[in-house]
Design a protein around this ligand. Structure first.
Ligand code: MF3
Ligand code: CO
Ligand code: CO
Length: 277
């Protein structure tokens, strides 16, 4: 096991990161009233790009993002509807309709630090199945986050997420996970939301990473669309995801992507309470 590539940030760096992370969360607060029947996902993306640059004085980290071997990501945000697991590309042809479940995932960069967070939205009148999946995925993310404290290791996140989802008959995507983040968008370690049989690093104060489980109503298997980015469920079942960026503290964790409009943590969460903004 090697954890030497995981960066430990100083308290000052974490405060700088908290600033961009709060702005990322505020970007989701901003877009919330626009997520309505009839709007295109491209319109939402354009509104968020303008807000990022003009109000938050930050940049989109996604626009033109180009990991090696990939085509540049063409938009400022990812908007993933229904059976889209992640990396949905905003499009003027994708019009939101009643009952859709929608993940909006934003990553912004300011003063050299990245803030990455996503939320689920339900358009119009929720369906029973959509609401159930969205709520279960919220619980799954928090179950994973609650495993974060010095002494535990990254594998404890996947164990907790799996323990939460399995009794509900929901499946967790294996191929994508959370990631170290800070001065880089995607750094070490990869954060699995399912248990791994290989050793994982222990949590240490100053580590910063995301927890962002993708949970499918059907089977876990994924399929790529031919646009180079969009990932969908192979069985076309609904998929949901929430994402927060957290820092490890001496006693547990701190949520960096917090803002006035975010949800309160579930009542069973012990390690964190939404601050007053
Ligand atoms: N925000 C995503 C994540 O949670 C990454 C999106 S990369 C993009 O890690 F290029 F698709 F935008
Ligand atoms: Co993200
Ligand atoms: Co992320």
């Amino acid at each position: 096991m090697s954890d030497k590539k995981i960066i430990i940030y100083t308290p000052e760096e974490i405060e700088a990161m908290r600033d961009v992370c709060r702005r990322a969360s505020e970007l989701l607060d901003f877009i919330t009233p626009y997520v309505k029947v009839g709007v295109s996902t491209l319109k939402l993306d354009e509104l968020m790009l303008e807000h990022t640059e003009k109000v938050l004085e930050a940049k989109s980290a996604c626009l033109n993002y180009c990991p090696s071997g990939m085509t540049p990501y063409p938009r400022a945000t990812c908007i993933s509807v229904n059976n889209v697991i992640c990396h949905g590309i905003p499009s003027e042809k994708k019009i939101l309709k009643n009952g859709d479940i929608v993940n909006i995932d934003v990553t912004i960069v300011k003063d050299g630090f990245y803030g990455d967070t996503s939320r689920m939205f339900i358009v119009g009148k929720p369906t029973i199945a959509g609401k159930r999946l969205v709520e279960a995925t919220w619980g799954c993310m928090w179950a994973g986050i609650e495993a974060v404290k010095p002494g535990n290791c990254f594998n404890d996140i996947g164990i907790a997420c799996q323990k939460f989802c399995a009794p509900l008959g929901l499946s967790i995507v294996h191929e994508y996970g959370g990631h170290g983040i800070g001065r880089v968008f995607h750094g070490e370690p990869h954060v699995s939301h399912v248990p791994l049989s290989i050793p994982t690093a222990k949590f240490e104060p100053g580590m910063v990473f995301t927890v962002e489980p993708m949970v499918n109503a059907g089977k876990r298997h994924i399929m790529d669309l031919n646009d180079g980015w969009t990932v969908v469920t192979k069985d076309r079942s609904l998929s949901a995801q929430w994402e927060l960026q957290i820092a490890v503290t001496e006693t547990g964790y701190d949520v960096l992507t917090a803002s006035a409009g975010m949800r309160e943590a579930p009542e069973w969460v012990k390690g964190w309470k939404k601050p007053v903004f």
